[in-house]
Design a protein around this ligand. Structure first.
Ligand code: AMP
Length: 209
C-alpha cells in the first residue's frame, strides 16, 4: 500500500494540507491525533488508557499507535496519507516495513510561529474539524462550518502540554527528517506561506511522481 507522510512541528498546518492532498489524490487521510481523540470522546477502553497521556502532551505508546494505524485502513483504499505518524524512530521503522512510502513532506516552521499558531487553533466539539481564528476562520465565529457544532480550544492546548509536545517534537520526531532524507523520500516545504501556496507546491510535487 502506497503511503505519503506529513511531519512537522505542532501547528505547522500538516492536518490542513494532508486533508487537501487526500481530496486531490483520493488517498485515505489518517490523522492519529484525531483517531485518538475520538476514542477518548467515546470513552472506549483504549480512550481511557490514553486520555491522561494526551492531556499532558506526551506520546502514547507505539503499540497503541500501531493498533490504531492497522485498524483504521479502509478496504480498497488506493493509498494512505499519514498525518502525525510516525513520531518516533520505532514508528518510522514500522512504517517503512509495512507500507510503500513514496514521499515524506516536512513542513518547516519556527518554534515561535508554531506556538502562536497553536494558541489560535480551535476544534469542533462535535466533529473534530480544525479551525484557526487567524488563518482558517469559521464563517460564523465559534461555530463549525462543517456541522454547526461549537468550536472550543483543544483540551490539550494548555501551555504545559504545548511545551511538552514541542519538546517531544525536537527530541523524537525531528530526527526522522534525517532518517527519511537518507532514504531519499524527504521534501522540505516552508510552512510559513499561505495554505494555497503550500498546497500548490504539494500538488505539483504529487503530480510529478
Ligand atoms: P495531534 O493531534 O497530532 O497534536 O496529536 C494529539 C496527541 O495524540 C499527541 O500529543 C499525542 O499524545 C497523541 N499522538 C498523536 N499521534 C501520535 C503518534 N504518532 N505517536 C504517539 N502519540 C501520538
Amino acid at each position: 500500500m502506497k503511503a505519503i507522510v506529513f511531519i512537522g512541528i505542532q501547528g505547522c498546518g500538516k492536518g490542513t494540507q494532508a486533508k487537501l492532498l487526500s481530496e486531490f489524490s483520493g488517498y485515505q487521510h489518517i490523522n492519529i491525533g484525531d483517531l485518538l481523540r475520538r476514542q477518548v470522546a467515546a470513552a472506549s477502553e483504549l480512550g481511557m488508557k490514553v486520555q491522561s497521556i494526551i492531556s499532558r502532551g506526551e506520546l502514547v505508546p507505539d503499540e497503541v499507535v500501531f493498533e490504531i494505524v492497522s485498524g483504521s485502513l479502509e478496504p480498497g483504499a488506493r493509498g494512505i496519507i499519514f498525518d502525525g505518524f510516525p513520531r518516533t524512530r520505532e514508528q518510522a521503522e514500522y512504517l517503512i516495513e509495512h507500507y510503500d512510502v513514496i514521499r515524506v513532506y516536512n513542513l518547516e516552521l519556527s518554534k515561535q510561529e508554531a506556538i502562536s499558531r497553536i494558541s489560535a487553533r480551535r476544534i469542533c466539539q462535535s466533529c473534530g474539524h480544525n479551525f484557526n481564528i487567524i488563518s482558517l476562520k469559521p464563517k460564523i465565529s465559534g461555530i463549525c462550518d462543517a456541522c454547526g457544532g461549537e468550536l472550543i480550544t483543544r483540551p490539550d492546548d494548555t501551555p504545559a502540554s504545548i511545551e511538552n509536545r514541542i519538546n517531544e517534537f525536537y527530541e523524537q520526531t525531528y530526527n526522522l527528517i534525517q532518517f527519511f532524507e537518507t532514504k531519499q523520500l524527504l521534501k522540505n516545504v516552508s510552512a510559513d506561506q499561505t495554505i494555497e501556496e503550500i498546497f500548490a507546491q504539494l500538488k505539483a510535487d504529487y503530480s510529478s511522481m
